[in-house]
Ligand binder design. Structure first.
Ligand code: ZN
Length: 62
C-alpha cells in the first residue's frame, strides 16, 4: 500500500465561549489575533498553523 497524498490539516470554524459568556466563532487557522467582541479578551492567537485558542471550544463547525 502506498500513501501518495499529502496530509492537509483541516481548517474549520470553532465556536468558542469567552469567560464573559460571549459565544463567538473563530477560524481554527486564524492568522490574526481574534478578540472577544464583548470584553476584548484574546480568544485566538496565530501560531503558524492551528491557532492557539483561549476559551472553551463548545462546537466544531465545518
Ligand atoms: Zn469576552
Amino acid at each position: 500500500m502506498k500513501r501518495s497524498y499529502i496530509p492537509q490539516p483541516r481548517s474549520h470554524f470553532l465556536r468558542i465561549t469567552c469567560e464573559c459568556g460571549n459565544v463567538q466563532e473563530v477560524f481554527s487557522h486564524a492568522t490574526t489575533n481574534v478578540v472577544c467582541r464583548v470584553c476584548g479578551k484574546t480568544l485566538a492567537e496565530p501560531s503558524g498553523g492551528i491557532a492557539k485558542i483561549y476559551g472553551s471550544v463548545i462546537e466544531v463547525l465545518d
